[in-house]
Unconditional design. Structure first.
Length: 392
């Protein structure tokens, strides 16, 4: 009797498959896989495909997915409807980068040849085809194959007294992209600098809510000239502004409120970049071609708590003629970085991954690199959430 029961249990176990697992267990397993494995599993059956679209899966995946490097290749302008696509490189720790199985490619239906990445938020990418941010602006999520074309922003009409004799330099514009956790809304913000006198104008578009851009007009902010990339962290956009001195500017996405904080005088004013490493705000300064300094905001929200954390002095740095972007701290204490090298003189950018160990003072280049026709990448965690879900 016991033998027959044991045999029946064995037969039942042999007949069971992974498809018989409860959905929450399958979801947990899928969320732990690298992107290429997840997309292979999506093609196995409709049930697994639908599981990857569930909010619970998106939350689990976001909590476990490593920081990744997004690159964008626009379509060939000489070929009609040439497809554009994203490359996503997941930066695992310890770092093992094998190009053929670590990089995922996602084609898009965007066939505009001059689009470039501007910013990212929760794995969604902001694209624009104009340095003045006054033409085509697109938000897309490569993992979900979703995209949304924003209405054309309004043309900034400057007062007659504010227009110089030449028109090519009368204004510049930069875009910011952020998320409001309390309302689950995504906002695209356009900041426009005008000159003579210097002013900072602001327009806002809330995805899924606004039908057209909302203008805040002249913000009245003293640091009118934006001299760094606009980055998103902890519910706010940050950038470095200039008005005879340097400030870190802060724009609260939810409240749509501006603040600014002066930089400490000992940091200086030359070649300062604003970056995010492990959810902390950093100032990066290239003092010379062979010395890099990094200040961290020691206490979140305290713009007077800048602390010098890393100083990199390596002869190998001289080989890179572009700029460096810190990405994340590895478990061994090394700083992972992406080098954007433009030394070839060609209209392309070579991106190389490297790590710097402050204890051994060794800069180690990884074999992985990518060459882009237009030179920018963004670092973010790929997400299966999408701003376009707000339309449902």
């Amino acid at each position: 009797m016991r033998r027959s029961k044991r045999k029946a249990i064995q037969n039942a176990a042999a007949a069971a498959t992974i498809s018989d697992l409860p959905n929450h267990i399958t979801c947990d397993i899928l969320s732990r896989l690298p992107l290429n494995s997840i997309f292979a599993c999506k093609r196995v059956c409709k049930t697994w495909r639908d599981l990857t679209l569930e909010p619970c899966f998106a939350k689990l995946h976001l909590s476990r997915s490593p920081l990744s490097l997004f690159s964008y290749r626009h379509g060939d302008s000489n070929i009609i409807n040439s497809p554009s696509y994203f490359e996503i490189l997941q930066l695992y720790d310890p770092l093992v980068l094998v190009r053929q199985n670590a990089t995922m490619k996602f084609r898009t239906e965007i066939h505009f040849p001059h689009m470039h990445m501007v910013a990212s938020c929760n794995g969604s990418i902001l694209l624009s085809n104009s340095s003045f941010a006054d033409d085509l602006i697109i938000v897309c999520n490569p993992l979900r194959a979703q995209q949304f074309i924003l209405p054309k922003p309004p043309e900034l009409e400057l007062p007659a007294t504010n227009k110089p004799a030449y028109t090519s330099g009368r204004k510049t514009a930069l875009l910011g992209f952020g998320h409001c956790p309390s309302t689950d809304q995504y906002k695209v913000v356009r900041f426009t600098n005008s000159y003579r006198p210097a002013r900072l104008y602001c327009d806002i578009f809330t995805i899924g809510i606004d039908d057209e851009w909302r203008s805040m007009g002249d913000t009245g902010q003293p640091p009118a000239l934006i001299i760094s990339q606009i980055i998103f962290l902890n519910g706010a956009l940050h950038w470095i502004g200039s008005d005879n001195s340097l400030f870190v500017c802060h724009f609260d996405i939810e409240r749509e409120h501006f603040r600014s904080f002066p930089l400490p005088s000992h940091i200086g004013t030359d070649l300062i970049y604003l970056v995010v490493v492990d959810d902390r705000l950093y100032l990066h300064k290239g003092h010379s071609s062979s010395i890099w300094r990094f200040w961290a905001m020691k206490d979140s929200g305290d713009f007077g708590s800048w602390t010098l954390e890393w100083v990199i002095e390596e002869p190998i740095i001289c080989k890179f003629k572009g700029f460096v972007r810190p990405l994340k701290m590895l478990k061994d204490g090394s700083l992972l970085m992406a080098f954007h090298d433009i030394s070839s003189g060609e209209p392309v950018t070579k991106i190389t991954i490297a790590s710097y160990n402050p204890r051994t003072r060794v800069l180690k280049k990884n074999k992985y690199h990518v060459i882009l026709p237009s030179g920018k990448s963004v670092a973010d965690i790929p997400g299966f959430f999408s701003p376009m879900d707000s339309f449902k």
